[in-house]
Unconditional design. Structure first.
Length: 208
């Protein structure tokens, strides 16, 4: 019962605060400048990306947790473009094959239970010329100690942070799902504990 209360009434607010760390907000800006037209954002969260879209017409805001989406209300109303909430997980996307130019994920791939199926779905709905834009925390492959700690602490992290895995090798998962990263930038985000500080900003297209 206490855990349920935490999940419903505490975690969404914690998420909203933590995800506004200035170094993360800077990366949102950098990632989203290149996005235009219609965009599908998976794991929309509390709407923190909305302020950084410069040239979009519609954001399909896919978010499976209504308690989290609820906290996005003010940002959604203030957006100067259409925002459509879709109550769904990324494992089953309600879009036709090859129908989207842009899919965005910001710190969402870590939380998706069936990541392989979600990546298959993103691949399916992207046009052959489409782009998957992402920024995610990742497994630290350059630091063995942190990597080991990430493996050790992921079961606890999944409990306290709504399914979040600390130890996903995102670039490999993308390549296994037949994506090719044409832009990759690894960095350590300021203001984030070392265990989750290693990040990847990438743009990926479908391998033909
Ligand atoms: C760490 S939060 C990031 C939120 C937001 N993208 C941001 O940048 O602030 C992870 C988000 O992924 C969502 N999520 C969890 N499982 C998911 C799934 N299977 N499909 C899509 N989103 C999911 C969570 O509800 C949460 O909003």
């Amino acid at each position: 019962m206490i855990y349920k209360f935490y999940q419903l009434h505490i975690f969404p607010h914690l998420l909203n605060q933590v995800m506004q760390v200035p170094s993360l907000m800077d990366k949102r800006r950098e990632l989203l400048l290149a996005v235009s037209g219609e965009v599908l954002e998976i794991g929309f969260g509390t709407g923190l990306n909305l302020a950084f879209y410069q040239n979009v017409d519609t954001v399909f805001a896919l978010e499976p947790n209504p308690d989290i989406f609820h906290l996005a209300a003010k940002r959604v109303h203030a957006a100067p473009f259409e925002v459509q909430h879709i109550l769904a997980g990324a494992e089953k996307l309600p879009f036709a094959d090859e129908s989207l130019d842009h899919v965005v994920s910001t710190w969402t791939l870590c939380s998706i239970a069936d990541i392989e199926t979600a990546l298959e779905e993103i691949y399916r709905v992207l046009k052959p010329t489409g782009t998957f834009h992402l920024v995610e925390h990742v497994q630290h492959n350059e630091n063995r100690k942190i990597k080991q700690l990430q493996h050790l602490l992921t079961p606890i992290q999944k409990k306290v942070a709504d399914g979040c895995h600390l130890d996903r090798h995102m670039q490999k998962l993308l390549e296994d799902a037949q994506f090719e990263c044409f832009e990759t930038q690894y960095f350590d985000a300021e203001g984030i504990p070392k265990i989750g500080q290693r990040m990847l900003l990438a743009r990926a297209r479908k391998l033909s």
